[in-house]
Write a new protein. Structure first.
Length: 77
């Protein structure tokens, strides 16, 4: 797994802005990998990470929300 971004936010607008920028960078930048999809992780209510993962199918985004109870995993295709 290659972490592209790891950040903290203070508002919903900031969260959306930083997540969109990190996902775009991972999909279009030098980080893009033909065998990896994107894993978006919410560690708590203010801490997020975006990573390339070989466990996620190429072209897919998986969101893991560790702040929610119980653990929620959402696949976006």
């Amino acid at each position: 797994m290659q972490v592209i971004a790891d950040f903290f936010v203070h508002s919903k607008a900031e969260m959306e802005e930083k997540l969109n920028a990190a996902v775009k960078a991972a999909q279009t930048g030098n980080h893009a990998h033909p065998r990896c999809g994107l894993l978006v992780m919410r560690h708590d209510f203010h801490h997020f990470s975006v990573a390339l993962s070989p466990k996620v199918p190429f072209g897919s985004i998986i969101e893991n929300d560790f702040a929610a109870r119980p653990h929620v995993s959402i696949a976006i295709v």
